[in-house]
Ligand binder design. Structure first.
Ligand code: MCU
Length: 396
């Protein structure tokens, strides 16, 4: 693999090559963590403990957490997301006007993705990658980079499984669901931005955010979780499959709520891997839940926006993301994750009441000014003891 050669050359102190990218460094770090094979199913009614490895070893340090994150990522891929492939053999990016074209080579297959770029007004500044567009009030000082997720992996009901650019590269029966496919595709857009550089694109590839709403909000969350190079993840009204936890949604459904559950979601669309199907009627057997999706983003910036719509699971998203914030607290970064559930507006219509909170996250993690409030949570009241029976450590 090209990547390994580059990493090896960099380790040997080769000067002819550019410094390794964040992804290459991350790959090197992976070698320092214990290898994770498949993790067996469990019987855990509450949200599984993020701070205990599958082996039973406790997470005590921030370095342990980096390894546990890699394990959690693998477990999520094993149970629901499908496999995230390694980086491709080759990426060749070009820029013509506002269009960035990224040609991707995987073995003998090639594909090109096109992205519309809007430069930040100040030049050489941050940008937000938009998954299928965005209704957020993105300030002019922050650019945008479009990702055409529908073409990359279709999300058009059960018959769209395996359709799109990702599956042209990896084969129709690849295990990745659409969310994972998009995460891989966004990784290639970031490769393209790194390769072209800020002088050409006007975008600093170390200051990237990602957003999307509803089904594309699930996408934004998974894109942020699986791409270390994203500084700020902004999922909007992602609901079930995003900010909601499968277990909490099942319990709310049993109490009579009209809420989307794992059993429903796998019949509606192809967001998840076919591997997930066997677990949706017994979500308590899954050794992860979506508080750990937030945990994969931690301690990078994460601002989760939700709406008061039953189908999205207001209690589920609030409880799930509170459990996620316990991970941020354990890492000593309580300001880096905020949760804002504001109702009284149409689905995916950003409410002005959330503006100051959104701005605080954009300012800190993309523009480098100010600090968001610590432990930001706005939502219905939940009793977290119903869902969490582990005690977060203080990671040193
Ligand atoms: C909240 O996202 C989805 C939801 O999961 C689906 O059940 C529903 O069909 O569509 C929502 C959506 O994407 O709305 C635009």
């Amino acid at each position: 693999m090209v990547r390994n050669i580059l990493v090896t050359a960099a380790l040997l102190g080769g000067t002819a090559l550019a410094l390794p990218t964040a992804e290459q460094l991350f790959g090197r770090q992976a070698a320092e963590c214990p290898a994770t094979g498949d993790v067996p199913a469990v019987n855990v009614a509450k949200l599984p403990d993020p701070f205990t490895f599958a082996s039973g070893t406790k997470v005590a340090t921030k370095a342990d957490w980096k390894c546990r994150q890699q394990e959690i990522s693998k477990i999520m891929q094993q149970y629901e997301l499908g496999d995230l492939p390694p980086p491709p053999d080759k990426v060749e990016a070009t820029l013509s006007g506002n269009t960035m074209s990224v040609k991707i080579t995987v073995g003998s297959n090639t594909a090109t993705i096109n992205s519309n770029i809007k430069k930040p007004s100040g030049g050489n500044g941050p940008a937000i990658i938009t998954i299928g567009g965005s209704s957020l009030p993105i300030p002019g000082t922050v650019g945008t980079v479009s990702f055409g997720n529908d073409a990359f992996a279709q999300q058009n009901g059960g018959n769209s499984r395996g359709v799109g650019t990702f599956y042209n590269l990896f084969g129709k029966s690849h295990s990745a669901g659409a969310l994972t496919a998009w995460a891989w595709g966004v990784g290639r857009l970031i490769d393209g931005l790194e390769q072209l550089g800020a002088a050409k694109t006007g975008i600093d590839p170390t200051k990237l955010g990602v957003t999307g709403c509803s089904r594309n909000g699930k996408g934004a969350f998974v894109v942020g979780a699986l791409n270390e190079r994203i500084a700020l993840t902004l999922p909007q009204e992602s609901g079930s499959g995003g900010a909601a936890c499968w277990r909490v949604s099942d319990s709310q459904k049993q109490k009579g709520a009209n809420i989307q559950t794992a059993s429903q979601i796998v019949g509606e669309n192809v967001w998840f891997s076919p591997r997930f199907n066997q677990y949706t009627s017994r979500t308590t057997s899954i050794p992860e839940d979506h508080h750990m999706l937030a945990g994969l983003v931690a301690p990078r910036g994460l601002f989760v926006m939700e709406n008061d719509i039953d189908w999205l699971g207001p209690v589920s998203t609030t409880a799930c993301m509170r459990a996620g914030r316990l991970i941020y607290q354990a890492l000593g970064a309580p300001e880096a994750m905020g949760f804002d559930l504001t109702g009284g507006h149409g689905h995916c219509q950003f409410p002005s009441a959330s503006r100051s909170n959104l701005d605080a996250y954009i300012n800190k993690y993309l523009l480098g000014t100010g600090t968001p409030p610590s432990n930001l949570e706005k939502g219905p009241s939940v009793n977290i003891a119903d869902w969490v029976d582990w005690t977060p450590p203080t990671l040193t």
